[in-house]
Write a protein that binds this ligand. Structure first.
Ligand code: ZN
Length: 80
């Protein structure tokens, strides 16, 4: 038989569910961030005409449907 004091028992009864909730929240946050990153990658803004379009291909530089220019995905870090 495991001997526990009342303080130890109450710590176990509070601590274990709180730890479980913390792990679930942490994993849900990671999952949500991954989905947001994936969605941001699909949205491309043309650097020439400003047209915003969605591209779900794996192409690195998808072409703008309006003007035909190839654009980088996400926020471009290039100057000019
Ligand atoms: Zn364009």
């Amino acid at each position: 038989m495991i001997e526990l004091t009342l303080e130890e028992l109450s710590l176990w009864l509070l601590g274990v569910p709180l730890l479980g909730i913390g792990i679930v929240v942490f994993l849900a946050t990671l999952n949500r961030r991954a989905r947001v990153r994936l969605r941001k990658r699909e949205i491309v803004t043309c650097r020439v005409c400003g047209h915003v379009y969605k591209d779900q291909t794996k192409e690195r530089a998808p072409q703008c449907p309006e003007c035909g220019r190839a654009n980088d995905r996400g926020d471009s870090r290039r100057l000019g």
